[in-house]
Write a protein that binds this ligand. Structure first.
Ligand code: GDP
Length: 366
């Protein structure tokens, strides 16, 4: 499964957020796999109203949501790229994840230590960014040293082009910029693909605000939003302490009441999970039968046979065709039969690119 890593400076609320994630993971009946996962990894259901709606229409024996994983990456401090505070170990953990959830302290609390003094969301973000950039610079320079030799000795045009791309990355990083902000042509991406650069990974920010600012945000979250606007990155305003409390509540009525006291319609965690899912460029298709109504995760752009492979590898090998009803049509007509009668039931072949929300049934040879 794809993973998002939770990063940030010490005392910003990372563990609190991760506790909320793993509490809700434990509470979810569908998470039979939870116990097999490492202590710093939480597998959570992706909340999806469409799945609930389909379940309501079909009334199946069971409903299975799709999931994503969050990894708690504690211990990043200033100087991590130079090995400070086990820095290299944590940076290596970031290399393994597919996206980054960067938690930023936007709350005041004199009891909670802040080594850097005054609350400073942009400064905090830059400290972490710098560590990741320095680490990336190290990776780029290592590869540059190798490629430079090849480019000099042989007339290898590929090495020459790679050299140019790497130099461009180096220059960019030295300016204090992230690789994700560098426009690299598709055909040039090979030059850095093997480096798994940290600042290339997609990112979203959690502005951990005080209780009074959950709905409105505060001056710190506004400053952060303004600072990351040019990156096009999303900022999710939430209060991690409250999220951890919500996640500990077992009784749904208590939970409802607690949320309404803060005028929340749902936990902030749900927003975070959905946004992270999008950040990973994941989309969902559904299967809907009386046994099971289920959500399946695929990458945006996948064709039908590849999409079928997430159910079973045999489905891809023996793929014949897919029967498809769009989610909107399914709900509009209320059942597969009714959608079929109204001509909204499609037969698609190998080249069909699956759309978000498609309700699918695969025909295959075994
Ligand atoms: P980490 O070092 O980033 O993992 O931070 P923790 O999650 O351990 O949080 C550090 C301290 O800040 C703990 O005492 C938390 O209870 C507290 N904390 C976390 N989130 C909030 C918040 O939104 N508001 C306040 N006032 N305290 C918080």
């Amino acid at each position: 499964a794809l993973q998002a890593g939770i990063v940030g400076l010490p005392n910003v609320g990372k563990s609190t957020l991760f506790n909320a994630v793993s509490n809700s993971a434990k509470a979810q009946a569908s998470n039979y796999r939870f116990c097999t996962i490492e202590p710093n990894v939480g597998l959570v259901d992706v909340p999806d109203e469409r799945l609930d709606k389909l379940a309501e229409l079909v009334q199946p024996n069971r409903v299975v949501p799709t999931t994503i994983e969050f990894v708690d990456i504690a211990g990043l401090v200033k100087g991590a790229s130079k090995g400070e505070g086990l820095g290299n170990k944590f940076l290596a953990n970031i290399r393994e994840v597919d996206a980054i959830v960067h938690v930023i302290r936007c709350f005041e609390d004199e009891n909670i230590l802040r080594e850097e003094g005054e609350i400073n969301p942009v400064g905090d973000k830059e400290i972490i960014d710098t560590e990741l950039q320095l680490k990336d610079l190290e990776s780029v320079e290592k590869k540059l040293a190798r490629i430079e030799k090849m480019a000099r000795t042989g007339g290898d045009p590929k090495a020459k082009r790679e050299l140019e791309v790497l130099l461009e990355c180096k220059d960019h990083l030295e300016k204090g910029l992230n690789i994700r902000a560098l426009d690299i042509a598709k055909e040039d991406r090979g030059a850095i693909a093997d480096l798994f650069l940290l600042t290339e990974k997609p990112v979203l920010y959690v502005a951990n605000v005080d209780e009074a600012s959950i709905l409105t945000g505060n001056k710190y979250s506004e400053i952060l939003k303004a600072a990351v606007q040019s990156e096009g990155a999303e900022v999710i305003v939430m209060n991690n302490s409250i999220e951890a409390q919500i996640s500990e509540m077992e009784d749904p009525d208590d939970k409802e009441l607690f949320l309404s006291e803060y005028s929340l319609t749902e936990p902030g965690l749900n927003r975070l999970i959905r946004s992270t899912y999008k950040l990973l460029q994941l989309i969902t298709y559904f299967t809907a039968g009386v046994q099971e109504v289920r959500a399946w995760t695929i990458q945006n752009g996948w064709k039908a046979p590849q999409a079928a492979s997430v159910i079973h590898t045999d489905f891809e090998k023996g793929f014949i065709k897919a029967e498809v009803i769009s989610y909107d049509d399914y709900v509009k007509f209320g059942s597969e039969t009714a959608a079929r009668e109204n001509g909204r039931f499609r037969i698609e072949g190998k080249e069909y690119v699956v759309s978000d929300g498609d309700v699918m049934h695969f025909r295959f040879n075994v």
